[in-house]
Write a protein that binds this ligand. Structure first.
Ligand code: E4P
Length: 216
């Protein structure tokens, strides 16, 4: 499974890139707003850190506006910039046009298997089911991921599933067990994935025992 970081903070992105595990980045307007930076400057810097899909979201609500924004963003890095298109009828129209122009898309704010099916049929490169936000309203978010994996498998749909709105390490384990293509993970959850108390205890014990080895 590919691992993306869900962040627009270049310090976090550089740090995780140095771990050797990072395949891409997802941003959204809320994440960019948190950085306090101008969006084009921020996204351009991210493209220089990570050589993989980097999602940036359009804000237009009509297909023509989305396509125009997408074409502008694609100039920043034609290979890696991926356009986040919100799930809607206008969004589907934009995905179809952008697929014809070889501009990568990530249909975002997906909350049902039907939305995922339609986005794939329209030609989306990626779709992002938001599992945490479903959990927040008492639906099992990961359930729709299982459904989408099965539906895409049934029909050989090649759109990649990005498990998004990840809130904890168990979301990532479930995503990998279910065969999702990607998880996009916040920095704090990535750090939680590394940690295990028995690892810390083991490191300390080996260090302490090393001190007991007679030295020449
Ligand atoms: C995905 O691409 C989104 O940026 C993100 O996962 C949303 O997560 P949130 O529900 O924690 O805002």
């Amino acid at each position: 499974m590919k691992i993306f970081i869900d962040s627009a903070d270049v310090k976090e992105i550089k740090e995780v890139e140095s771990w050797g595990i990072l395949d891409g980045v997802t941003t959204n307007p809320s994440l960019v707003a948190k950085t306090g930076r101008e969006i084009k400057e921020c996204v351009t810097e991210i493209t220089k850190i990570v050589d993989g899909p980097i999602s940036v979201e359009v804000i237009s609500t009509d297909a023509a506006g989305m396509v125009k924004e997408a074409e502008e963003w694609a100039k920043v890095n034609p290979k890696n910039i991926t356009i986040k298109i919100p799930m809607s009828i206008e969004g589907l129209k934009a995905v179809k046009v952008l697929a014809g122009k070889n501009i990568k898309t990530n249909v975002t704010l997906v909350f049902s298997p039907n939305q995922a099916l339609l986005a794939a049929k329209a030609g989306a490169t990626f779709i992002s089911p938001f599992v945490g936000r479903l959990d927040d309203i008492s639906h099992f978010g990961m359930e729709i991921v299982g459904d989408i994996v099965q539906i895409y498998d049934n029909y050989g749909l090649t759109t990649e599933i990005i498990v998004a709105s990840v809130r904890n390490p168990l979301h990532v384990v479930e995503a990998a067990r279910m065969g999702a293509h990607v998880s996009t993970i916040p920095f704090n959850v990535l750090k939680q994935m590394v940690a295990h108390p028995l690892t810390d205890i083991g490191i300390k014990k080996f260090f302490d025992d090393y001190q007991k080895i007679p030295k020449k």
